[in-house]
Design a protein around this ligand. Structure first.
Ligand code: BJW
Length: 233
């Protein structure tokens, strides 16, 4: 892969599955009989804020007990040692890439450990529950919500993502089902822009046909092997 200089890596829930965080569309994809599509929307929050805040409080508490796995550590190694361009675009709202030490990480669907005040638009680091409607540290309004991107909302930092995709020689998708746009469209965008495309997943995803190559297996094995190929030749 000597012709590769700029890499975009897209990660999804599968990269954190072996750290004990449930994926969205696997066996544990339902929460109290609700599909994620029915809880992760602004409409659900307006209709039943307690239900939605409870869902996120539970997940915010859970992720604080989780640790990065070999896939996160391998990507952190790539970040530290790859001399070309690299952007790790994660759809995940956990902080396991950062815990592993990766720096070039972009959270396109937000972060569990942030709260967003819809009154003053300030984001604050937040590890506690939101169900009791605590005041915003910046303005005092009781208008905090999870700082995550729900269906129908615009994912974060899309300009930066598309700029990186335009420069990429290689696009690598890890542990994502290809069910949710715009991330699901990045493989097609990358191909049209001339990049090589590689998928690492436990099983074939909805987008598999679009990749030049798909490798099947657990992220904790596939990602360290791929990173070693990139760095050690
Ligand atoms: C392993 C593994 C192991 C397991 N090792 N692998 C009709 C057509 C097209 C689009 C739309 C449409 N109708 C509506 C839309 C748009 C909508 C959308 O995509 N809907 C679909 C349901 C069709 N999208 C949006 O609304 C987005 N906004 C938007 O489009 O704005 C307009 C826009 C236009 C143009 C440009 C830009 C913007 C917003 C989407 C927000 C998604 N939010 C969520 C919730 C975040 C907060 C939270 O955590 O609660 O994000 S939904 C959920 O899905 C979460 C995830 O990031 C996202 C993707 O899931 P992911 O990561 O792929 O997980 P899974 O569970 O689906 O898959 C896990 C994978 O891992 C599987 O493949 C396993 O095989 C694998 N795996 N174990 C390796 N050990």
């Amino acid at each position: 892969m000597t012709d590769i200089r700029n890499i975009v890596v897209l990660t999804g829930a599968g990269v954190s599955a072996e750290s004990g965080i449930d994926t969205f569309r696997g066996g544990g994809g339902l929460w109290e009989q609700h599909r994620v599509e029915d809880v992760a929307t602004p409409e659900a929050f307006a209709r039943d804020p307690e239900l939605v805040l409870r869902f996120y409080d539970m997940r915010r508490a859970a992720i604080q007990t989780k640790e990065p796995n070999a896939a996160h550590h391998a990507l952190a190694r790539l970040d530290a040692e790859w001399e070309g361009g690299l952007l790790i675009v994660t759809q995940n709202v956990d902080d396991l890439h950062e815990q592993a030490g990766a720096k070039r990480v972009l959270h396109m669907h937000g972060e569990h450990l942030n709260a967003w005040c819809t009154a003053c638009d300030v984001r604050s680091r937040w590890t506690a529950p939101l169900i009791d409607r605590p005041p915003c540290p910046a303005c005092g309004a009781r208008s905090l919500r999870p700082d995550v991107v729900w269906f129908g909302e615009m994912p974060y930092r899309m300009d930066e993502i598309y700029a990186a995709l335009r420069e990429a020689d290689l696009f690598v998708s890890i542990g994502t089902s290809g069910a949710v746009y715009p991330a699901a469209g990045f493989v097609r965008d990358s191909r049209e822009l001339g990049a090589r495309t590689l998928e690492l997943n436990l099983e074939r995803s909805q987008g598999s046909a679009w990749f030049d190559e798909t490798r099947l297996g657990p992220a904790s094995e596939l990602v360290p092997a791929w990173v070693a190929e990139m760095l050690d030749g």
